[in-house]
Ligand binder design. Sequence first.
Ligand SMILES: [Fe+2]
Ligand SMILES: [Fe+2]
Length: 304
Amino acid sequence: MTVLVEQPELELEVVEKKVDVEENELLLDGGFVVPETNSFGQTFRDYNAESERQMSVEQFYRTNHINQTYDFVKRMREDYGKLNRVEMSIWECCELLNEFVDESDPDLDEPQIEHLLQTAEAIRKDYPNEDWLHLTGLIHDLGKVLLHPSFGALPQWAVVGDTFPVGCAFDESIVHHKYFKENPDYYNSAYNTKYGVYSEGCGLNNVMMSWGHDDYMYLVAKENKSTLPSAGLFIIRYHSFYALHRAGAYEHLMNEEDVENLKWLKIFNKYDLYSKSKVRIDVEKVKPYYLSLIKKYFPEKLKW
Ligand SMILES: [Fe+2]
Ligand SMILES: [Fe+2]
């Protein structure tokens, strides 16, 4: 099934350059200790090393901020929430995603499956008893299959990048906030106030987030009745929500459960970045362990 998404020329250009700006560590550095250099000998997230690439990131966010409206997110959630595209296991999805290498991510020169396993294995080392967190590390980015033709080959701006709530005012801590002035919701009085369509402490699970791999994987896990604890689902859905976990914005929408889950998300995010250093993983060696976790927390086949 193909999903029609309006594609201005600007965005096609970004897609061609394959800019992956999933996390935005350069602009929103949280200050935790990470290895000083990546596998290319450059500092992490050093987009300044290549000003052309930095331009592309800015263009990426402009397109993202213009197009991620309340109506757009609602349509995508309704459409993808049907989960009528593919049936496959979690591991099959890891392999499918492995076809994509993030050529443009300045910190990654390995297939996605290595990033996923590096994240999971790094967490496992420090939190050996939290098996749900190991599995969350493995699956947190699987929603990137939205880039694949079987999933509508969505443009990058609708798959990766920092995420943020729609339906209420865009917080100024969101990267390249100025481009929201070109988003129609910015002028809609139903959506441009502090609470917008939400209310104090309503809980983040009642808040619509900009559409991308995070929200999609959350829908897949939830609708397929994963038994992951709520902190795992929280990490999957909000791991790119930097305005929340780096800047502390939108706390007025959180409930008590969100406050607890946010602690785990902050732990998780250290590993998501740290794991992009060159620690090679023997996939075949660790595979049986992760297959056992998948079996524990997911049905054999999932609807996607
Ligand atoms: Fe991600
Ligand atoms: Fe990631």
